[in-house]
Design a binder for this molecule. Structure first.
Ligand SMILES: CC(C)(COP(=O)(O)OP(=O)(O)OC[C@H]1O[C@@H](n2cnc3c(N)ncnc32)[C@H](O)[C@@H]1OP(=O)(O)O)[C@@H](O)C(=O)NCCC(=O)NCCS
Length: 274
């Protein structure tokens, strides 16, 4: 099995599983393709920041599993981190991915704990009276911008708003914003709100979702952009998933949708000392 460093478009088979728009030239995340006899067998991505290396993604296609491929790529990733001076390799994964937990335990990872995930199913959201009134029948003030379109000043305003609202943005740079579905709402040159999320299967994981008090229409506007992307990708009928740690985002979403979240999966946090 060969491990290739790659950039640019994701292979189609991986795109079916994950629709995160990884961008070319993204320096923050290193992507690896696992190739067996010329065929794609899996995919991995990791990032490093100071003493911490983070496993962003690991996927081995079902027909190539239990042949030691993931173990081999993890050894490469850990060696890379160690050579960069990292002390810790961390991985977060969904509890429902039982194979991932078994695999990480067999690599020597320690499980630190877990966080519940709240789910807001989005099938039929467009029919929802509140959203219909507030998102689609009104001419909303302000405008939204994709993060990739932001100037340096706008980007730092977005980071400022997130950290002011209690989000840990230490891991976030423009590159990680660009690879997510991320939007900002503005009104009169003032930033009103931010959404950063990742697509996973038919669901959308909301990583950051915040806004100034009273900016509900601007947030609704962001939300409309998000729905456009989600619907454009034919991923109707999934859920917006928000980590229970992200209390402000859960209550914002609750208010915006006038709907209680469902208790979903758990995010499990693991680490390996390098
Ligand atoms: C978890 C995963 C990466 C493992 O890949 P893999 O190439 O099959 O793993 P390896 O062959 O290197 O396994 C090494 C060891 O891990 C453990 N392991 C791996 N998969 C396991 C499973 N399903 N059950 C129990 N133990 C497992 C075993 O100890 C295994 O050694 P063994 O085969 O000698 O018993 C793969 O199953 C996968 O991609 N699952 C889907 C994960 C996913 O959804 N990722 C996307 C979000 S990040």
């Amino acid at each position: 099995m060969d491990i290739l460093r790659v950039s640019g478009e994701l292979p189609d088979r991986i795109k079916d599983i994950l629709f995160v728009p990884f961008e070319d030239g993204n320096q923050a995340v290193t992507r690896l393709e696992l190739v067996e006899e010329g065929k794609l067998a899996g995919f991995a991505a990791f990032s490093t920041e100071g003493p911490v290396e983070r496993l962003e993604m690991l996927y081995v296609l079902p027909e190539y599993r239990r042949r030691g491929f993931a173990m081999k790529v993890m050894a490469e990733i850990a060696n890379f981190g160690e050579a960069q001076g990292c002390r810790l390799l961390t991985a977060d994964f969904l509890h429902s991915m039982e194979d991932m937990e078994e695999f990480l335990l067999s690599c020597g990872f320690t499980i630190m704990g877990s966080t519940p995930v709240f789910a807001f199913p989005f099938s039929g959201f467009i029919e929802n009276e509140y959203l219909r009134k507030n998102l689609f029948d009104r001419k909303l003030p302000g405008h939204t911008k994709c993060f990739s379109e932001l100037s340096r000043e706008e980007m730092s305003a977005a980071l400022g708003l997130l950290s002011k609202n209690g989000y840990d943005v230490s891991r976030l740079g423009s590159a990680s914003f660009n690879r997510a579905l991320s939007f900002c709402a503005w009104q009169k040159n003032t930033l009103q709100g931010v959404i950063v999320c990742f697509g996973f299967g038919k669901d959308v994981i909301i990583e950051y979702f915040t806004g100034h008090d009273g900016a509900v229409f601007q947030l609704a506007l962001l939300f409309r952009e998000l729905l456009k992307v989600v619907n454009g990708e034919n991923h109707e009928g999934g859920s917006f998933l928000i980590s229970g740690e992200n209390r402000p985002a859960v209550s914002l979403m609750q208010n915006l949708l006038k709907k209680e979240p469902e208790r979903g999966d758990l995010i499990v946090h693991g680490y390996l000392e390098l």
